[in-house]
Design a protein around this ligand. Structure first.
Ligand SMILES: *Cc1c(COP(=O)(O)O)cnc(C)c1O
Length: 422
């Protein structure tokens, strides 16, 4: 298969090879990224990419579904078991589409939804102004408490009572603390709103029992499958039986056409992988690594939003260092440490040049790195920060990073075209 690619499209083959080399020769700290298993990679590159399967198992609009029905039912069953949910829809193309479908299942255009402000850690699709979710629906954003960097349920409750949203969204894309879904559920119930929880980032921690599950307190749970859950890029919706029909209709035919069967197949594989003691140990180590990294950063005088982390990610407020997030992110990238610049709660700077840096440990943990390496990563970050304008130091850090990477090779399931493929 890989030889075919090399033969027919040497240009793309070479670019994939370069990306594989980049991913193995860098410390990847973007908290939404990971390395998938070989099994997931094989399933997502399989012949299922050839099949159209509009509809749902036993209710398709095309023939030839002898196998696809079985695969989708397996994926649904695995998702339901893993998340202890009544119903699972495994068709959303990605997290953004899953969110749109969740709202569409519950709200009419023009009605009000309420989610976390993007600049405080919410996702675009939680009703941020440039997202269609704020154009189709009326959107209200809740902030964090700027003093503590944490959710403030007094503010959220007040806003909910004032605006009476039809949907309240819990969940975030840049929040380093545990989210109390139970309180969100109570506030939603009090104002007659539906509660949608978006666990795109923390799904892997939830299935491992490290983060409390939103399932008992939520009408619809939305997630991606490719972040801490370590599957292919995709989305999923989970809900109670009462909402199953609405949710399914919102995904197809409401928002999507044919499901990406190759992705759906790989999701089934990832769900099986996540239902193992090895995955629970992996998820625990993600959090241990994040805590070790955070502790060291604090020792180096970094200011962390909320003072630390409970999960897989850390948000550094760089204002006391006098370096903009983008400048540090770019310097770190030259030292083979890949992160992303990010706003911090109450950021005076705009989202395209914000004061913060967002990092996380899912990918380095997949490589087998533990607390000592997480501390070493903090050391590297500090060294680059202290020498932000010294290219030779940055280059030296890059060499040390490469050495560390070589000691923690990307697992052999990682596909480099033409190499190590069984
Ligand atoms: C990543 C993310 C999404 C969107 O996922 P995509 O797959 O990029 O569309 C939605 N919600 C949250 C909270 C996220 O972090």
């Amino acid at each position: 298969m890989q030889t075919a690619l090399e033969q027919y499209d040497p240009q793309i083959y070479e670019l994939i090879r370069q990306e594989a080399a980049r991913e193995s020769g860098a410390i990847r700290l973007i908290p939404s990224e990971n390395y998938v298993s070989k099994a997931v990679m094989v399933a997502s590159g399989s012949c299922l990419t050839n099949k159209y399967a509009e509809g749902y198992p036993n209710r398709r609009y095309y023939e030839g579904q002898q196998v696809t029905d079985l695969i989708e039912k397996l994926a649904q069953e695995r998702a339901k078991k893993l998340f202890k949910a009544d119903h699972a829809n495994v068709q959303p193309y990605s997290g953004s589409v899953a969110n749109m479908a969740a709202y569409a299942a519950l709200v009419d255009p023009g009605e009000t939804i309420m989610g976390m402000s993007l600049v405080h850690g919410g996702h675009l699709t939680h009703g941020w102004k440039v997202s269609l979710t704020s154009k189709f629906f009326h959107s209200v954003s809740y902030p964090l408490n700027i003093e503590t960097g944490r959710l403030d349920f007094n503010i959220i409750e007040e806003l909910a009572k004032e605006h009476r949203p039809k949907v309240i969204i819990s969940g975030a894309t840049a929040y380093p603390r545990e989210i109390d879904f139970e309180i969100f559920g109570r506030i939603a119930k009090d104002v007659g709103a539906y509660h949608v929880s978006d666990i795109a980032h923390i799904a892997g921690l939830v299935v491992a029992g490290i983060h409390k599950s939103p399932v008992p307190y939520t009408d619809i749970v939305s997630t991606t499958t490719h972040k801490t859950l370590r599957g292919p890029r995709g989305g999923m919706l989970l809900c109670k039986e009462e909402l199953a029909k609405q949710v399914d209709k919102a995904v197809f035919p409401g928002l999507q056409g044919g499901p990406h069967m190759h992705t759906l197949t790989a999701i089934a594989v990832a769900l099986a992988e996540a239902d193992t003691p090895e995955f629970v140990a992996y998820a625990k180590q993600i959090v241990k690594n994040a805590k070790a990294l955070a502790e060291k950063l604090l020792e180096y005088g970094f200011d962390l939003v909320s003072g630390g982390t409970d999960n897989h990610l850390i948000l550094i407020d760089l204002r006391n260092k006098g370096i903009p997030g983008k400048k540090l992110a770019k310097a770190l990238d030259r030292a083979r440490i890949v992160s992303n610049y990010n706003t911090v709660p109450g950021d005076p700077a705009p989202p395209f040049n914000p004061s913060g840096l967002r990092i996380g440990t899912p990918a380095i943990t997949t490589r087998g790195m533990k607390e000592p390496e997480a501390e070493q990563v903090a050391f590297f970050i500090n060294k680059v920060t202290e020498n932000i304008d010294n290219e030779s130091v940055i280059e030296q850090v890059g060499k040390e990073v490469l050495l560390l990477c070589s000691q923690f090779p990307v697992p052999d399931h990682f596909i480099i075209p033409g190499k190590n493929n069984r």
